[in-house]
Design a protein around this ligand. Sequence first.
Ligand code: ADP
Ligand code: MG
Length: 569
Amino acid sequence: VAHQETHGFQTEVKQLLNLMIHSLYSNKEIFLRELVSNAADAADKLRFNALENDSLYENDGDLCVKLSVDKEAGTLTITDNGIGMTRDDVIENLGTIAKSGTKDFFSKLSGDSAKDSQLIGQFGVGFYSAFIVADKVVVRTRAAGESADRGVEWTSEGEGEFTVADIEKAERGTEITLYLREDEKEFADDWRLRSIISKYSDHISIPVRMYKEPIAESEGPDGEKIPAQPGEWETVNKATALWTRDKSEISDEEYKEFYKHVSHDYSDPMTWAHNKVEGKTEYTSLLYIPSKAPFDMWNRDQSHGLKLYVQRVFIMDDAEQFMPTYLRFVKGLLDSNDLPLNVSREILQDNKVTQSLRTGCTKRVLQMLERMAKNDAEKYQLFWNEFGNVLKEGPAEDFSNKEKIAGLLRFASTHNDSDEQSVSLADYISRMKEGQDKIYFVTADSYKAARNSPHLEIFTKKGIEVLLMGERIDEWLMQHLNEFDGKQLQSIARGDLDLGDLEDEESKKAQEEAEKQVEGVLERAKSALGEKVLDVKFTHRLTDSPACIVADNNGMTTQMMKLMEAAGQ
Ligand code: ADP
Ligand code: MG
């Protein structure tokens, strides 16, 4: 072997390998799903690159994955004729973890293998899962378009290091050989492999093939001749792109497995929506809501968006143009018949088709959430706990869907004693007092601070519900959400609080009386505070506290001021 080098794995890879072998053992067959999923991605990438350069096919356009076993040697080999990898690709892809959120992930590990295996599920496992069942892995690969002598061999026993060397490889693509551990020889069994493929990889759009041994001519029970059958490569999966199939023919299990393939997530999705749209614009969308927020949801450069196909040809990952930012947790794909095959990110940027696809996909997701909220409140609560704070960015970003988004919001409230955000604006309205025409809320640094706000006193006394907002994003949200269902949203910490019809004549008179009795107090307070305040006024909102700070009706609330300060304004 030429130009052989030994490299150490990135520290995180070592940790991941260790963790995986110990915590995913009970679900070890998923390694095959991961390797087949990578092979299918490699086929997608080749097809895409070949749109511009047909010669990359090297006269072999029959893209597929082949599984072969050598029982004697105890090996399983997964071969694809996809895009392949160069030496640099190999070192980068099979020696490090490039994923965003990696740092977060490793900082969350506890050492408790039950908890960690949950986390690893969220993080995704990928190529390294091969080491769950193998104590040695050899990858032989050659990138499409390179000459046969530009092949690379990667070898590792999954401990601290791997070696790479230059090799001759006539066929384009990647061949991965697993040297199965002593007690994992079951994965060299033909039937076992077929059943794993049909369970996890049926939806893969390229054929997964296994070799069927030739059968010699034989005699049936009545002496009739059964002809010999030649050996052949047999396709063992459905091999049609799942989203092109009819909804009614796709099982939930298939949808779930497909999600794992497109999202590189390891856990089941929470829900999904599959739609074919025909007419002026034609497209298919398959959109999933994950069950867990990714580690990097709050990272601004996090990759998000849909996988884009044009007429069933893979075009790009993470096409963020089709989802507004407040729905960045949505995973899935879009297959358009209207976009050109040579579409680029730049072309997508301002394109009429992009606009209408984005509108369509946004509508689907909001509908899916509405349906979940209506039919399965418990599940919706789980969704809200994971992604609610992202959805709160919606009213500011998406004016046209403001009312819909507002209907999906959930808040903590004085209606109950829980800090869980579970009250919808519609719930609130249904409990409004006679004569009440506004939705009252208070924002603060935390749920606790909101709960203890002195502004609440008069409301508690009158038995009026107030929404309690203690998240950073809430202030931003409420700047952009002024009404819902024709009812104005009113901060109870702002300006003169006019309780309107909720105030009775008698108490108004009593208040005037009371104010007369303490004449002079206002003047003294004003001169003591000077420029620090705009005004000092009497209030009847308080029942226990002597005084409170109120924002001017047109000005910023104290919460917003704090936010601006924190942002260095
Ligand atoms: P992911 O698929 O989520 O990117 P993996 O750990 O499964 O992560 O794979 C890491 C990377 O290695 C892939 O992104 C790809 O670039 C490369 N890779 C893995 N398997 C193949 C393959 N069969 N052909 C080409 N590239 C591959
Ligand atoms: Mg993968």
